[in-house]
Ligand binder design. Sequence first.
Ligand code: GDG
Length: 486
Amino acid sequence: MTSTGTAELVIVANRLPVDRVVEADGSLHWRRSPGGLVSAMEPVMKLHGGAWVGWPGSADDVIEPFEEDGLQLIPISLSASEVEEFYEGFSNGTLWPLYHDVVAKPEFHREWWDSYVTVNRRFAEKAAEVAAPHAMVWVHDYQLQLVPQMLRDLRPDLRIGFFLHIPFPPAELFQQLPWRRQVLEGLLGADIVGFQLPGGAQNFVRLVRQRVGFKTHRDTVYLPDGRLVRAASYPISIDTADFEALARSVTVTERAAAIREALGNPKRVILGVDRLDYTKGIYPRLRAYAELVADGVFDVEDTVFVQVATPSRERVEQYRRLRDEIDRLVGRVNGDLGEIGRPAISYLHSSYPREEMAALYRAADIMMVTPYRDGMNLVAKEYVACRYDNDGALVLSEFAGAAFELSQSWLVNPYDINGMKAALVEAASAEPKELTRRMKAMRKTVIEKDVASWASGFLDDLTTIRPVHRRRVRRAVPAEGRGGTT
Ligand code: GDG
């Protein structure tokens, strides 16, 4: 066992929960990143003397641990080539498309994998150093799947949890990964492996049985050394009360009215808000709307589309290509269908403060969230949280994790443009009573199940789980040979 630290709870995530801000006078300081995960973790972190291990976000920065707003922050440094190979390469060029139904083609490069192993080890070593004896460590997301086992090797005394924010794919896709076995074994270092949906947990357990050869029963994996690993779903949520309070504020209310005014006070505002990512289904949703305008069902005078696409992963080739595709589509639609002072689509390739997001949600009559595949999709839940009048329509992809809980939305298949057009027309012509019925039910869900209940649900399970089985068990089937890249 390596020497231990003092943190009773350690969060390990690719990014630190702060952004570096450079003021006009050149001075530097840190600002807490907006986001549910940080606010959900803050009270527990403070209570437990918690520490957060993560990358500050720029290459070659060597920063000493520091405290910010009562949080102990432990920066991990990445070199420029590690950013390229571990982050842009293996994380976002291999795992991200592979885990999202191969919507884009994943690339497999051995040097990217080597970098992934090196960086995961660095995170694991740092977590091992700062965790107190028998502390809880909660590792997050696809960038760090090897950390649980690496950490367990260094610190067998710890309780280790892992949560995957993106989908976990079915065996048929996962087995394309040349390092599939190493990834499964990495995750098995955790006591609990958490997923957004039960389907992800089932895919994982099935793969462990098939590829690693360990015995499994329902949600439990029985390891030969007597340890138990539980795979379960913990659908993530948002800070609902905080979003609603923001939506009710005078500033946001006035801003929402100003947005509608700037759009020419149309009868209907349709909204999309996404990171500019090929999994989010921005293209088919804009096409569905444009066809309805071209068909004469919608008129640009009274039905406009606002699409916010937050810049994302701009150094990755597939993201650059997507940006060009959307630019071209928006240009063509506005060229063909827009009128002077009335573009059909207001397209904003930019990122905004949270207040602006809330104002957009307030200004929108219809929210379109149509990913080809999404772990959860918080935008859908944020829209619902902001609709305190119980109005507004949510058109939601069946392939977003959020569809599991928000089943009263208009559910659509983003591959079916005609189906999306029909749902959009239905949502646009729904009676107020129908809108209220659906929105009320969805609001009940996001109010009851917020991010604080998500975090405490996971951590309570991690505290109480019995990590050891009485008897040692044999492998159920012979495992694949070690040493290769299977
Ligand atoms: C991953 C999984 C899962 C967006 N633009 C701006 C902005 N945002 C905020 C939204 C929302 C968040 O970013 C995006 O969250 P999503 O859930 O929609 O999507 P991913 O980024 O892909 O997140 C996803 C999530 O992890 C959590 O587990 O739900 O499935 O893919 O909160 O509001 N916020 C601000 N300005 C912007 O311009 N302030």
